[in-house]
Structures are given as structure tokens and as C-alpha cells.
Design a protein around this ligand. Structure first.
Ligand SMILES: [Zn+2]
Length: 486
């Protein structure tokens, strides 16, 4: 073959490649969703915002140390619920778990239909000591000002509990009678691990042989300007949540005086292990939930991004590299590795007899505790380093992004929030849903409120707030979701 023939062969191959890439990009179109029509809902904005404001004023704080819990605040909140929502308390059956978690059961007319479970938590995280004065309005005053309800829990997650109660009240007043049983949970210990709230509900449901078809609990939101490259609002209905793993790495050595060290000290050996770990990330997973998410989002991105995601077969390494550069992108794609604690000798001039480090991992659904420990052993490859599991929870199951529950949530969101891009997503923190998945067929994680970057900062932080418009929309959302969940 002549050089000329080789070159022209290469040019033809290149042209074909470019054509394939372009055609795939042009055919990479947004996921179509049918537009459903719903009846209009009259929500009293003043009523719902006053109720959220009152709810915020109960200091239902979950502390890491359970002895610090102020039981009177929790009981106060429960009493307030009974006074504020008399229709709900007359029409629905209330079961309490460990004194403070509430499960309301609205009996459906058709016993053949599996129930659905809608959930929120009313406990809140503490306000970081010393930051109280940074709040524009005191965190537990429930101030309503500038079209917002301000305070701890306004966003996470009392607004969901209040939205559900308001929606059921409206439905009862309109004479709605569900065909499918509706279960509504308000849990009290989500912020400290759900050991006595959601888990007790799950045990009870199992004992009653009740297997809800799907559940909806807190998760992501309608995100505005929070997904790089997507200008439209994005409703991220999360179908899974990451797991959690703490590994303790330790090295023993002889010790002695630091004036005569021999080779690496225990601290040195451990530092080397940590360095190897950090320079060998756990491989990303563009299959499964992460890939599914980008398949939904990328068609709404600028041409170059669309081209990359439409041709993952060719550009996967490039996508991986790009996403890994941002902390959020990296956390979406893979199990993250964060060495957080490190200790060695007690004195500067004494060689350490042991050194320990703690590494925190957030497990992607594609990995397990075993596979991560295997990766750590393989990468460190040093028998002087002892590896021990301190605490671990695998990632949740991945719920069906084409399931009936997902479709309901998506459809109602699109009606309430206007044209939004719907995508399945991944929650990177732990929620009550990881308990519910033990008894529910598909669990979804989504709050029906529309948030911007400045609202997101209030999440477990300072100046938590929710707009009145969002409180109205959340009520409308739960109303339509329950009304059409037949
Ligand atoms: Zn929460």
C-alpha cells in the first residue's frame, strides 16, 4: 500500500468517526414526558406560611448526645399538630412510635391496592454555637418577612410535614376518599440516624404485612442554576442514596527516641498509605444511576457537553476527568475517599508506637463495603497497615426511574413548577428512605420546592428559609399527588 492510500484511508475513517459523533449528538434528545392535566388547587398562602412559622418555633433539635433532647419541645409539636389539623386527626388513624414518630393511615376503599408512603421529618439539626447572630432572623422565631418563612427546619424538613398536613386537610374538606391507602409519616430522629423513627415504622409495617408500592421522602429539590450547563430548572427525583463507611488504618512499631529513627516511622508508613489511597480514586461508574442522570441532563447542555455525553463510548475517559475535577461531579460518579483523622506519637521527640487514621467513604450504589475494603487493601499493598471497619452501611437499592411512583412525582412536579427537566438522581447523604427501602418497593427522595443557590446554603447552615410561594407549591404538589395516586 502506498502512503497516499494509507492517508486517504485514515481520512475516510476520521470522516466516518466525525459523522457518527455528530449524528449521535443530534439524535441525543431530551426524554419526552406526557403532559397531564390536573385540577386547580386553592391554597391559602397566609394559612400555610403561618403554620410553617409556628412549626419552626418548636425547638425539636436532634443532638448527637440523646440526653440533650428537649422532650417537651417534641411533645409540644405533636400537641400543636393535633390542634392545628383536627380534620386529619379525625379522619386518619394515628400510630405513634417511640413516643414521637407519627404515622397517619388514611384507609383506602380498595384493599387490593398497595398503600403509598409519604414522609417527612420534623426534627432539626442544632444551630452551630456562635453563629446565632449571623442569622438575619432568629433561628427559632419563625419570622415571616420578605416573602419567606425563616428559621431552622423551614427547608429541612418541617415544610414537607406541614405541606402534607395542609394537603390532606384540603382533600378531606373537598370530600376526597382515597382508593389506595395513604400512609403519612412524620419522624423525629432522622438527623441522628433514624434508629427509633423510620426504622420503627418499617418494623411495624413488616409485622402488619404492609408493603407500600412506593414512598416519597426528603431528597433533592427543583434546582435552579445548580446544575452546571443546564439553564432550565431541574427536578432531581433521587432514586438512591449513597452508603457510609469509616475505616480505621493503623500501624504498630517499636518506638524509641526520635534521635535515632530507623527507616519510616509508624506515622510515615501510615502517611504513605493515605497518599496511595488518595492518588488512586475508586473507579467511577457511568453505568447505572449516574449515567442515567447524565442521559437526562446532558441533552439540555451546550453542544460540546451534549456531544461528549452522546458519545460516551468514545469520550468516557474525558467525561470522567472533567467531572472528577468538581467536588459535586466527583461525588455523583464514584465512592469518595476522605481521610479525616490522623494521630501518632504523644510527644515530638518520641517515636510513635502506633499511628492511626480514619478514612470516611461515601459509597456509590455500584460499590459495596467489601469491594471498597478490597480496593483499599490492593492500593495500600502494605502488610504493616492494619485495616478495620469501624462503621459501614452499603448504599441503598436503586429504585425504578420508570416506576409508577416516579412518573406520578414527575408529572405533578411538572404541573406545579412549570416546565422543569426531570431526572433521576443520587442523594449523597443518608435519609429515612434507606430504612423505608426495606419494606417499600421503590423509594423516591424529593422535596417539591424550587430552590436557588442562596437557599441551598441554609440547608443545615445559617439563614435557613423557604419562600411562601414554595410552601404554597409544596401543598399543591402533595394535594395533587395524593389525589391522583390511584
Ligand atoms: Zn432532612
Amino acid at each position: 500500500m502506498t502512503i497516499k492510500k494509507i492517508l486517504s484511508g485514515l481520512a475516510v475513517s476520521l470522516l466516518i468517526l466525525v459523522a457518527v459523533v455528530l449524528v449521535r449528538t443530534l439524535m441525543f434528545s431530551p426524554v419526552e414526558r406526557p403532559v397531564e392535566s390536573f385540577e386547580s388547587v386553592e391554597v391559602d398562602a397566609e394559612r400555610v406560611s403561618t403554620h410553617l412559622s409556628q412549626a419552626v418555633q418548636f425547638q425539636t433539635i436532634s443532638h448527637q448526645n440523646p440526653e440533650l433532647r428537649d422532650d417537651a419541645q417534641f411533645q409540644g409539636f405533636i400537641d400543636w399538630m393535633a390542634q392545628t389539623y383536627p380534620e386529619v386527626h379525625q379522619q386518619l388513624t394515628l400510630t405513634k412510635f417511640n413516643d414521637y414518630t407519627l404515622l397517619y393511615q388514611w384507609q383506602g376503599s380498595d384493599p387490593e391496592l398497595e398503600p403509598i408512603l409519604l414522609s417527612g421529618h420534623y426534627d432539626v439539626v442544632p444551630v452551630l454555637p456562635g453563629t446565632e447572630s449571623d442569622w438575619q432572623h432568629p433561628p427559632f422565631a419563625g419570622v415571616v418577612a420578605d416573602d419567606y418563612i425563616w428559621g431552622r427546619g423551614a427547608l429541612d424538613d418541617k415544610s414537607a410535614v406541614i405541606g402534607l398536613m395542609e394537603a390532606v386537610t384540603l382533600l378531606i374538606k373537598q370530600g376526597h376518599a382515597p382508593m389506595r391507602t395513604i400512609l403519612i409519616a412524620a419522624t423525629h430522629d432522622e438527623e441522628v440516624g433514624s434508629d427509633h423513627g423510620a426504622s420503627a415504622i418499617v418494623d411495624w409495617l413488616k409485622a402488619q404485612n404492609i408493603r407500600p408500592l412506593w414512598s416519597l421522602d426528603e431528597g433533592s429539590f427543583v434546582l435552579n442554576g445548580l446544575i452546571p450547563g443546564v439553564s432550565e430548572p431541574v427536578a432531581s427525583i433521587n432514586v438512591a442514596e449513597k452508603g457510609y463507611l469509616n475505616l480505621r488504618l493503623s500501624v504498630e512499631s517499636e518506638g524509641g527516641h526520635s534521635s535515632m529513627p530507623k527507616g519510616y516511622t509508624a506515622v510515615g508508613v501510615l502517611a504513605r498509605a493515605i497518599d496511595r489511597l488518595q492518588s488512586h480514586p475508586i473507579p467511577s461508574g457511568m453505568a447505572g444511576v449516574s449515567g442515567d442522570m447524565f442521559d437526562h441532563l446532558a441533552p439540555h447542555m451546550p453542544f460540546l457537553h451534549r456531544m461528549l455525553f452522546a458519545n460516551k463510548w468514545l469520550f468516557a475517559p474525558l467525561i470522567d476527568q472533567q467531572l472528577s475535577e468538581s467536588a459535586a461531579g466527583n461525588a455523583m460518579m464514584r465512592t469518595t475517599i476522605a481521610p479525616t483523622m490522623f494521630s501518632g506519637s504523644v510527644k515530638a521527640n518520641i517515636l510513635p508506637i502506633h499511628a492511626t487514621a480514619v478514612v470516611n467513604f461515601r459509597l456509590h450504589p455500584k460499590d459495596t463495603i467489601e469491594s471498597v475494603v478490597g480496593h483499599v487493601q490492593h492500593v495500600i499493598n502494605d502488610e504493616r497497615v492494619n485495616i478495620e471497619v469501624m462503621r459501614g452501611d452499603n448504599a441503598s437499592n436503586v429504585s425504578n426511574a420508570k416506576g409508577v411512583g416516579f412518573e406520578r412525582i414527575a408529572s405533578v412536579s411538572q404541573h406545579v413548577h412549570g416546565p422543569v427537566v426531570v431526572t433521576p438522581g443520587l442523594t449523597i447523604a443518608a435519609t429515612d428512605s434507606r430504612r423505608y427501602q426495606n419494606v417499600v418497593q421503590d423509594s423516591y427522595r424529593f422535596n417539591p420546592m424550587s430552590i436557588h443557590k442562596e437557599d441551598a446554603a441554609g440547608f443545615h447552615g445559617t439563614n435557613e428559609r423557604l419562600s411562601i410561594d414554595n410552601m404554597v407549591k409544596a401543598t399543591e404538589f402533595y394535594f395533587l399527588l395524593i389525589q391522583t395516586a390511584q
